[in-house]
Design a protein around this ligand. Structure first.
Ligand code: GRF
Length: 199
């Protein structure tokens, strides 16, 4: 069974969605390790409860590549075949990308390539977009940039706030991320250049 390593910086609701789908037997994968760059991130507790190893690794005083080398070592130690960034707020280095080429996926709360960066929901709202959503993509050396696996769209309402729009998008994130992991775990994804296809 595919072993999954998750990187998460915060509340971990996307991690929870993955854990629930794995527990229900709908994804042929198991989350074996959850790593956070933030001490006390609720994501760690969620991982622990699902009997994954949950580790806080402090980035303090480390260069980006030094930190990522530690992450890669942990992932390897646990035999991880897929790394999932689920609300992971640090940029990952080329060293990490190289170690897990086309084996790292990220969830972004906007329809890429629109509104990359840390405030996807706010930026879509302020831009006046009428449709936004979420994107699951493979991670490459550039931020929010790699081949798109799948996207889910939601409407932007006239009276939306960042909070209401974020909640509507989050609901779709919780479907999109497990779905992408399932496709990967079942060996149903193929990457050609910038494009990812379902086999
Ligand atoms: C999500 O909106 C995700 O798309 C973004 O950060 C948020 C993380 O939420 N990158 P959670 O920690 O999974 O609840």
């Amino acid at each position: 069974m595919l072993k999954v390593g998750v990187l998460a910086s915060g509340r971990g609701s996307n991690l929870q969605a993955i854990l629930d789908e794995c527990a229900a037997g709908r994804i042929p994968a198991k989350v074996v390790v959850v790593i956070s760059d933030k001490e006390g991130a609720p994501a760690l507790e969620r991982g622990r409860k699902a009997s994954a190893e949950a580790l806080f690794i402090s980035p303090k005083g480390l260069k980006r590549e030094e930190y990522d080398a530690k992450l890669v070592a942990e992932m390897r130690k646990h035999g991880v075949g897929l790394v999932v960034l689920a609300g992971y707020m640090r940029l990952i280095s080329p060293l990490f990308v190289k170690a897990f080429r086309n084996k790292i996926i990220n969830i972004h709360p906007a329809l890429l390539p629109s509104f990359p960066g840390t405030h996807g929901q706010r930026d879509a709202l302020e831009w006046g977009a009428k449709i936004s959503g979420c994107t699951v993509h493979f991670v490459d050396e550039e931020c929010d940039h790699g081949p798109i696996i799948l996207q889910k769209a939601v409407p932007v309402m006239d009276d939306d706030t960042v909070e209401t729009l974020s909640a509507r998008i989050l609901e779709q994130e919780h479907k999109a991320l497990p779905e992408a992991i399932r496709l990967f775990a079942e060996g149903k994804l193929r990457v050609e250049g910038r494009r990812a296809f379902r086999k």
